[in-house]
Write a protein that binds this ligand. Sequence first.
Ligand code: ZN
Length: 190
Amino acid sequence: MLKPIATLGNPVLRQVARPLERAELALPETQTLIDDLVETMHHANGAGIAAPQIGDSRRIFAVHVQDNPRYPYKPNIPLTILVNPVLELLGSETFDNYEGCLSVPNLRGLVRRSVHVRITAWDRHGNDLAFEAKGLAACTYQHENDHLDGLVFVDRVEDRKTFATWADFDRFHKEAFVERAKALVARYGQ
Ligand code: ZN
């Protein structure tokens, strides 16, 4: 079922989400929540969405990039559901990523992200997952994980002069950013 997306100012976006137990994850209500999360993400053309964004303050997020019209330069990421994720930033290399968020309509801004992360989590059935992500995919995981800690990308924008509406991002910043993004993707393939 499609859920309304909480937008900036909604206190649920500022709560630290709580972890789940495996038994709770297996409940039909929790599985329905995950289905709703995915459906709402797809409907809004999001590259990812976290449970607090649909009003549920538990540590779950979804990522899926499939020829995304909002972010045409992003390499595809298969649908991934992460429960109780833990992200570890690897190395010191960063990328200045122009981010947007379903909870922050019509605003983008530049956020410095690590280009290499290790992720441990459960999948939606409580099975252990462990993998590394690089490049733009690493940035996407960091953005979603921030939502579980009550953080929104605007909190991480160091230079507030980089804020741009989507139309003005396209008009003034997209070309240069896509060049940088393509170079990152060429190095990491994701
Ligand atoms: Zn977001």
